[in-house]
Design a protein around this ligand. Sequence first.
Ligand code: S3P
Length: 183
Amino acid sequence: MTRRSQSIVLIGMMGAGKSAVGLCLKSRTGFAQFDTDEIIRSKFRMSISDIFLAHGEEEFREAETEVLRKLSFARRAIIVTGGGIVSRKKNLDLLKQLGAVVWLEADEATLFKRAVQTGDRPLLQCKNPREAFSNTLRARLSLYAKIADIRVDTSALTDEEVAVAILSKFKKYRGKQAIEREQ
Ligand code: S3P
């Protein structure tokens, strides 16, 4: 997190609840909210599934990096990201620069149950979505862990409860950062 940024950056696997929690945080803080998937959808004027089909995953990932770069102006914002944003190495630094990185975790079964509910996740539109989900999660866990400043387990919490937990941890985190800067 840069010295001037007070932003909260939500990361985590599909089904972690990032978008819903982002909205709760927006109304509790009054900060602006940016959602990388939403920005990309409006840029391409099509759904994420259609972007994957028409342009391929690589172009979608490139768009994610471009959005992170453009968001570097944000100082007091809630930034919601797509679950795969950590899969590009250069995004890890960009995410860290945007604000305090909050990893929304949950147990695998809960994440999968939530992720399949909407039926619109391109990475799960395959022969064995459960296995694809498991492999993808396994590949990403260490990346989420590496860049997270704050972790919240959302498995047994409502979106509002997650938002409250984040804000409490965020306050402590910012306090600690301020003390470290003074030393
Ligand atoms: C993706 C997660 C999605 C979206 C895209 C790719 C991923 O966002 O960015 O379908 O690779 O995990 P959510 O995490 O909001 O589902």
